[in-house]
Design a protein around this ligand. Sequence first.
Ligand SMILES: [Zn+2]
Length: 369
Amino acid sequence: MEKNDTHFMKLAVKEARKGLGRTSPNPAVGAVIVKEGRVVASGFHKQAGMPHAEVEAFRKVGNRAPGATLYVTLEPCNHHGKTPPCTELILKSGVKRVVVGMRDPNPLVTGGGCDYLEKKGLEVVTGILEDECIRLNEAFTKFITTGRPFVIAKSAITLDGWTATSAHHSQWITNEKSRHFVHRLRDRVDAVLMGIGTVLADDPAMTARLGAKKGKDPTRIVVDTNFRTPAGAKVMKHDSTAPTIIATSVEGNRSRPDRGKHPKGVETLVCPKQGDKLDLNWLMDKLGEMSITSILVEGGSMILGAMIRAQLIDKFYVFIAPKILGGGDGIPMAAGAGPKTMDDSLGLKDTSVRRFGDDVLICGYPKYQ
Ligand SMILES: [Zn+2]
């Protein structure tokens, strides 16, 4: 490892971030080419089907590649996909050193790109800023290793732990800065998921809404066991470019003829049941098959409680606002039967804390037992 490797990998991570939320089902990748201590080209993977980060960087490098070092956040591909393998391009370019953030998490190809380049006589260094690179593609890694989407739970609570009043009023617990951050989260995931209770209580649109910088609307998924989503609900309307999926146990439109009139773009996904609820494990497998690599669960408390107890949440974002309802009749963050002792509570690891004005955001990963 050379002393500037971390510095240049940081620049490659910065490149990769530019593609976050746009590359699904591919990972976000950044690449930087450095010669004689100076960056001579950089690039990132912009979108699935578009050139890989390395290709973008080599396009800009001109004749400066021979003898240079390539920094790339993810191991270069060594297989023929939609594009020829990047390892061939790297060999041809004449770079003499390749520094890799993380190995390809795909168990079928991991290590292949690095081994190949090493065999061909290049110096290959791996694991530079590895944790940061892994975190950057935590959703892709979960998806490629399990076939299921990476599931993020987002919740906003008062200081006394409620997400809404007894009248289901929840707008707004958090301040504008916090809500803007949530829009950015939505902008980075493939789908948002909500329970039917939230649709009936709040009628949310669940679009990205990033103001002037038009966000990409996520696919909206409603878990609606008995198909109660009203045809006029905002999630059913298509001023959005994103489809809506109603996950339900109700088949077809036999029992209620008006279901045939759903606006174009609304898809019904008939799921098996487990007891009187939808089989959420089955649903996660199915959404993975549909190439949905990441999901933001936005509530309500019934679906969140069910998903926590089924150990389906991979990451939590919990906003705490300096407000107190001061009663015992609000809506909790998660509904249903919880554990009897604190020993059985769900702990979070790798936590981070951020402030948005007076709101506090705690982010962490569950430690399932
Ligand atoms: Zn590639």
